[in-house]
Design a protein around this ligand. Structure first.
Ligand code: AGP
Length: 609
């Protein structure tokens, strides 16, 4: 959560910081601030509210004029969103911005208070600023290193020392941080899109490394202050990919980008009509002996794992458990040597998923990461890695990352089934060929269902509660539909296995309550239809998402609205059927006057527990 940036160079620092922060607002947007060396004084401007409020305040107060500075956009953890809790925070000789959580901040605060220090905010960050100031010995690197030794938890910090007006320092543990470089200037940022306007070249700061940024370049040391040589990376995302490109919101842009995202993810992993994951470190030989698989992730990524479970079990006949990462890490899971643990994450930095990965490695299980953000912690630490090549996903609500996570789950399931010899090469080729048709199938749904979804959304906006139902793969998918709707529209919604309704939940149904039923699997369509009839006869307004084949057998009046999709390979239907669910969520959000890209209380990357 939170985005941090920093700049040293010839440009107007305030402008660069604000512009870079606009690309990180997805990480938090309840307050923002910058601090810039202005005539050798550190001048700080910060405010509660969105970046726009900071921009207004900069106009009001006059922006700091200078060439060295740091900035922050906040997702509150310690202390409510307020001017005083906004970053940057300062001690007498030091000013910092922070992303992460300091677990021992109360002890440190008590210690500093006993030394006569006073605090003006409720944040854990101010404790770091005060501790840096308390320990300051005239040498910034020694001071930072000695403070790092005292801190427990996660942090990425941008630091300015009053005595060093020509430089910014940066350090990270757990929380992500990159250092961008161009001729005569340097940047820090929590994520690559923040610097793309200025440079594509960057270094990934590793755990407990400290960077010093000056106009002459970036230098790195480890926590013992020994110099570190780092590889320069080049971003393969361009600015346009990280911008809205004419769309009103990133969410709809990213929904539209899904056909391309699937193509980009799948095509390079196909050879002679079969999956080829060798570049990801996966061969038939390497995966043929796994007896159990655990998929661990959070939120949407976990829902992709739910689909993965159905597909892997059905094709490769290997038992799969799916866990929420925050549960998995504390429940002493039964995994070990001979097992495979798959971690799915768009950001590759989700704190619970990263902890789950580390736990899995300790048990001796082999780990496979399915990650979108290149070079992220999860990507770097897993034994095997398949990147979802979705490009930057900016909207908080995940769409194209989910669809590419599904695509990778299918590729992996096909490969595993081949390795286990539970499907023939011909069958695998047939499935791969169906997967290759998915980009067109998704495009077809965007082209033909969007208007209907827009219309149906106008019927949902007044709902207080909503149910999503489905069976099997449709149930796994309805979980994602429900999450998407609730996170961007603030309408309470739950997903339920359709057959389980009458064991309690059906009592919630009353006159006019919307129920979104997903029915794409012909083998169980009759069962789902019975459940639809049960809710309809109790007053529910049913929106049915189904294939044209399923629609053929429906009685008139079974649903109030039907979103009909062309039938395709049923095992792959979640890839296409998620699209109307995403569009329904998007338009309901917009119709309710909500900004779907920045839903309240949420942040894109959850780098705290
Ligand atoms: C869904 O729209 C959310 N963005 C959220 O559930 C997300 O999938 C979850 O926080 C996991 O994030 P990750 O994929 O970056 O690990």
């Amino acid at each position: 959560m939170c985005g941090i940036v920093g700049y040293v160079g010839p440009k107007d620092c305030s402008d660069v910081l604000v512009s870079a922060l606009t690309k990180l607002e997805y990480r938090g947007y309840d307050s923002a601030g910058i601090a810039v060396f202005d005539n050798s004084e550190i001048k700080t401007v910060k405010t509660k509210g969105k970046l726009k409020d900071l921009e207004d305040k900069l106009v009001e107060t006059g922006k700091p004029e200078g060439h060295v500075g740091i900035g922050h956009t906040r997702w509150a953890t310690h202390g409510e969103p307020s001017d005083v809790n906004s970053h940057p925070h300062s001690g007498a000789r030091v000013t910092i911005v922070h992303n992460g959580i300091i677990e021992n901040y109360i002890e440190l605060k008590e210690f500093l208070t006993s030394k006569g220090r006073t605090f003006i905010s409720d944040t854990d960050t101010e404790v770091i600023a005060q501790l840096l100031d308390y320990k300051y010995n005239g040498n910034p690197l020694e001071t930072i290193s000695s403070v790092m030794a005292e801190l427990k938890g996660s942090f990425a910090l941008g630091i300015m020392f009053r005595d060093f007006p020509d430089r910014v320092f940066a350090v990270r543990r757990e929380s992500p941080l990159i250092v961008g470089v161009a001729k005569g200037e340097c940047f820090i940022a929590s994520d690559v899109p923040a610097i793309l306007k200025y440079t594509k070249n960057y270094y990934l700061l590793d755990h407990d490394e400290i960077a010093t940024l000056t106009k002459d370049g970036a230098a790195f040391v480890d926590k013992h202050l020994a110099p570190v040589q780092k590889d320069l990376k080049t971003a393969d995302w361009d600015m346009e990919a990280a911008e809205k490109g004419g769309y009103p919101h990133f969410m709809i842009k990213e929904i539209y980008e899904q056909p391309t995202a699937i193509k980009t993810t799948v095509i390079p992993r196909i050879k002679d009509g079969l999956p080829c994951l060798e570049e990801c470190g996966i061969t038939l030989e390497k995966i043929k002996d796994f007896k159990n698989i655990a998929i661990v992730a959070c939120g949407t990524a976990m829902h992709a794992g739910m689909v993965g479970k159905y597909v892997i079990e059905s094709l490769a006949r290997v038992p799969v458990t799916v866990d929420i990462a925050s549960e998995f890490r504390y429940r002493d899971p039964i995994i070990g040597k001979g097992d495979l643990v798959i971690i799915i994450s768009q950001s590759g930095e989700t704190a619970d998923s990263l902890a789950a990965l580390r736990l899995a490695k300790q048990t001796g299980a082999v780990t496979l990461a399915i990650v979108n953000a290149k070079g992220s912690s999860i990507a770097r630490e897993a034994d095997m890695l398949i990147y979802t090549l979705a490009g930057p996903e900016i909207a908080v609500a995940s769409t194209k990352a989910y669809i590419t996570q599904l695509s990778v789950m299918y590729l992996f399931a096909f490969e595993l089934a081949l390795a286990k010899q539970t499907i023939s090469t011909d069958e695998c080729k047939r499935l791969v060929s169906s997967l290759l048709k998915m980009p067109d199938a998704v495009q077809n749904i965007i082209d033909n269902c969007e208007e209907k979804c827009k219309y149906i959304a106008t019927k949902l906006i007044t709902a207080d509660n909503l149910l999503y139902i489905g069976r099997g793969l449709d149930y796994a998918l309805s979980m994602e539909g429900s999450l998407k709707l609730k996170e961007v529209s603030y309408i309470h919604s739950e997903s339920y296995a359709a057959g389980e309704l009458k064991h309690g939940t059906i009592s919630l149904i009353d006159d006019g309550m919307p129920v979104i039923a997903v029915a794409t699997q012909s083998a169980i369509i009759a069962k789902t239809i019975s459940n639809i009839v049960e809710v309809k006869s109790r007053g529910a307004k049913v929106i049915l998402v189904c294939t044209d084949v399923c629609a053929r057998d429906l009685n008139d009046g079974i649903a109030d609205h039907i979103i009909e999709m062309p039938h395709s390979e049923e095992l792959l239907m979640p890839i296409t059927a998620v699209v109307p669910l995403q569009l329904l969520a998007y338009y309901t959000s917009v119709d309710r006057g909500i900004d779907p890209d920045k839903p309240r209380n949420l942040a894109k990357s959850v780098t705290v527990e």
